[in-house]
Design a protein around this ligand. Structure first.
Ligand code: GLC
Length: 540
C-alpha cells in the first residue's frame, strides 16, 4: 500500500469537541477530555480523527465562527493542549484532521472589527462590502440557510455579505492579502504536523466578481444543490475561481511529507464535485457525498445510492460514505430508532468501496436529543423557532441541530459519564443513554459497538474491502448484495433489510463466513439471511 496515499485506505471518526468528554467539570467537552479518550478511538481501530473546530470563537455557531485561527477557545483548553493533542494522536499511530473555516470568520474576529470600522481601513477590502441599491441590498443573493446574504452596517452605510449567518461575514478571497493570510494559517498547522483539513462550505468561497443577480427559480426548498429560496445559486457557489483554489491548496499540501489531505464540504452536482477532485487527481483528495444520509433505509434506496456513487465516482475517485454529522439528524433516529437497521448501515459503509466516516456516537447507537426547537441553542434552529416544526417535518428539512450534538454517552451514571458537573450540561444528553453507552455495550458481544469494532478490523485486514472493485448483485427483494474483488480475494456482502428470512443463491462456493449480523447459514451454495441481518462471505 503506497504510504503517500494513506488517505485512500483510512477510516475517519468525527469528534464534536464540545460534546466528547468534559475533563474540567463545567458541562462542556474539552481538549484534555478528548486526549483522555483517544485510546477508545484507537481501540475501535479508526485511523483518522477529524475534529470540528475548537478555535477561539464567540461560539454563536459553536466554533464555525472563528475569531482566532491560532488559539484554542478558553473553554476547550490552551494552544499547548492542541500541540499535545497532535502529539498524542500521532503517538497512537493515527492521523489528525482539523476543520478549516476559510469562507468566513466571526464578526468578532479582529480583522472584521477593523474592516467594519471605516471605509478607509486597510482591512476594509478583506471582506465583501458594497453600496446598497437605495435602501435595498446590493443584489438579490440569498444566504445558504435562507434570508438575504447582505447585512447593512450603519456606521459606514454599506452592506457586507455572509453566505451563512449574519455573524459569519465572508472573507474576500479576491484580495491577495486575504488569501495569503489564510494560506499562512494552513501552513502553520501543517508545519505543526496536522495531517489534513476538512474544508467547511468550501463551495461558497468565491462569489461572482460582477455581483450579478442570481436568476429566478421555482425551487423554494433547496434542490439538488443548485437552487433554493426561489433562486438558482448561479453566482454565489461553485465559481471557477474556487476550483482553482482547490488546486492551489492541494499543491501546498503535496509539498509536505508524508502527503496531507483535503476533504471538502461541497454542495454541488456530482459532475462539479468531480471537477473539485480533478481529472488528474490534482484537486481536493475527497469530497463528502450526501445521498446516503438522505436515502431511505431500504435495500432499494441504498442500492441506488451505491449505483450512483459507483457510476459517478469510479476509480481512481473514491466515494465518501457518511451516515451523519453535526448538521444532520442522527442516523438511528432516521432508522426509526431500530438498532438492527443502524447495524446494517454500518455493514454497508465499512464494506462498500470508499472512505467510511463515523460521527461520534453512531457506534453506540446514539439517537436525537429531545430538546425542542423553541429552546434550541443552534443558531439555524433559532432562526426558525417560531415556525411550527410540523412544517419542517413535512418538507423533510432538519433545522434544530442540537439534536445530533448531544454529549457522548460513556456510561449509565449521571450525565451519561460525560461530565462530573454539579450543574447542567451545555446540552442535555439524549434519553437512550441508560442502554446505549460505551460501558454497557462493550461487554455485550452482540452490541452495535462490538459490530463497529469487528467491521473496522475486518476492513483493515481485507485487501478486497480496501481496494477491490465493487459489483452490485441481483438479489431477492429487500436484500442488498454486492461483491468486492481484487486478484487473490473475493468477498460477498449480503444485507437483508426485511423483517423475514431471505435466501440468496450463490454461484461460487463459499470459503467462510467472515462476519454475520445474527446467525447466518450457508448450505449448498445458498445463504440463509436472518431477518434484518447480514453476511460477509469470503469465496474460495
Ligand atoms: C458547515 C458546517 C456547519 C456550519 C456552517 C457554517 O455547513 O458543517 O455546522 O454551521 O458550515 O460554517
Amino acid at each position: 500500500m503506497a504510504k503517500d496515499q494513506w488517505w485512500r485506505y483510512t477510516t475517519i471518526y468525527q469528534i464534536y469537541p464540545r460534546s466528547f468528554y468534559d475533563s474540567s467539570g463545567n458541562g462542556i467537552g474539552d481538549l484534555a477530555g478528548i486526549i483522555s479518550k483517544l485510546d477508545y478511538i484507537k481501540d475501535l481501530g479508526f485511523e483518522t480523527i477529524w475534529f470540528s473546530p475548537f478555535f477561539n470563537s464567540p461560539q454563536e455557531d459553536f466554533g464555525y465562527d472563528v475569531s482566532d485561527y491560532y488559539q484554542v477557545a478558553p473553554e476547550y483548553g490552551t494552544q499547548a493542549d492542541i500541540f499535545k493533542l497532535i502529539y498524542e494522536v500521532h503517538n497512537r499511530d493515527m492521523k489528525i484532521v482539523f476543520d478549516l473555516v476559510l469562507n468566513h470568520t466571526s464578526d468578532q474576529h479582529p480583522w472584521f472589527i477593523e474592516s467594519r470600522s471605516s471605509l478607509e481601513n486597510p482591512r476594509r477590502d478583506w471582506y465583501i462590502w458594497r453600496d446598497g441599491r437605495g435602501k435595498k441590498p446590493p443584489n438579490n443573493w440569498k444566504a445558504l440557510p435562507g434570508g438575504s446574504g447582505w447585512h447593512y452596517d450603519n456606521k459606514t452605510d454599506q452592506w457586507y455579505y455572509a453566505s451563512f449567518l449574519p455573524f459569519q461575514p465572508d472573507l474576500n478571497f479576491r484580495n491577495p492579502q486575504v488569501k495569503q493570510a489564510m494560506f499562512d494559517i494552513v501552513e502553520f498547522w501543517l508545519d505543526k504536523g496536522v495531517d489534513g483539513f476538512r474544508l467547511d462550505i468550501f463551495h461558497s468561497i468565491y462569489k461572482d466578481e460582477y455581483f450579478r443577480d442570481n436568476p429566478f427559480s421555482w425551487h423554494f426548498i433547496p434542490y439538488q444543490d443548485k437552487a433554493g429560496f426561489f433562486q438558482e445559486w448561479k453566482y454565489t457557489v461553485n465559481q471557477p475561481e474556487t476550483l482553482t483554489l482547490s488546486r492551489k491548496l492541494r499543491n501546498l499540501e503535496k509539498s509536505y511529507e508524508p502527503e496531507r489531505f483535503l476533504l471538502g464540504e461541497i454542495f454541488a452536482s456530482d459532475e462539479i464535485k468531480r471537477e473539485y477532485l480533478g481529472k488528474n487527481q490534482d484537486g481536493l483528495n475527497l469530497v463528502f457525498l450526501w445521498d446516503l444520509p438522505d436515502a431511505r433505509v431500504t435495500a432499494k434506496g441504498l442500492r441506488s445510492v451505491i449505483k450512483k456513487y459507483e457510476s459517478n465516482f469510479p476509480e481512481p475517485y473514491l466515494p465518501v460514505y457518511v451516515l451523519g454529522n453535526h448538521d444532520r439528524k442522527r442516523v438511528l433516529s432516521r432508522a426509526g430508532g431500530n438498532i438492527d437497521l443502524a447495524k446494517l448501515l454500518a455493514v454497508l459503509i465499512f464494506t462498500a468501496r470508499g472512505i467510511p466516516v463515523t460521527y461520534y456516537g453512531e457506534e453506540i447507537g446514539m439517537q436525537e436529543g429531545d430538546s425542542l426547537i423553541k429552546n434550541c441553542l443552534d443558531p439555524v434552529g433559532q432562526r426558525y423557532k417560531y415556525i411550527p416544526s410540523i412544517i419542517f417535518k413535512t418538507l423533510g428539512l432538519y433545522v434544530n441541530r442540537d439534536g445530533c450534538r448531544t454529549p457522548m454517552q460513556w456510561d449509565s451514571s449521571k450525565h451519561a459519564g460525560f461530565s462530573s458537573s454539579e450543574g447542567d450540561l451545555w446540552l442535555p444528553h439524549s434519553s437512550n443513554f441508560k442502554t446505549q453507552n460505551v460501558e454497557s455495550l462493550a461487554g455485550n458481544t452482540e452490541s452495535i459497538l462490538n459490530l463497529y469494532l469487528d467491521l473496522v478490523k475486518l476492513r483493515k485486514n481485507s485487501p478486497a474491502l480496501l481496494q477491490g472493485d465493487l459489483k452490485l448483485l441481483k438479489a431477492p427483494r429487500d436484500v442488498l448484495a454486492f461483491d468486492r474483488e481484487i486478484p487473490g480475494e473475493k468477498i460477498g456482502i449480503f444485507i437483508n433489510f426485511s423483517t423475514r428470512e431471505r435466501q440468496t443463491v450463490l454461484n461460487i462456493p463459499v470459503r467462510k463466513i467472515l462476519y454475520s449480523v445474527t446467525s447466518v447459514e450457508v448450505k449448498a451454495e445458498r445463504v440463509y439471511l436472518p431477518p434484518v441481518g447480514a453476511a460477509i462471505i469470503q469465496y474460495v
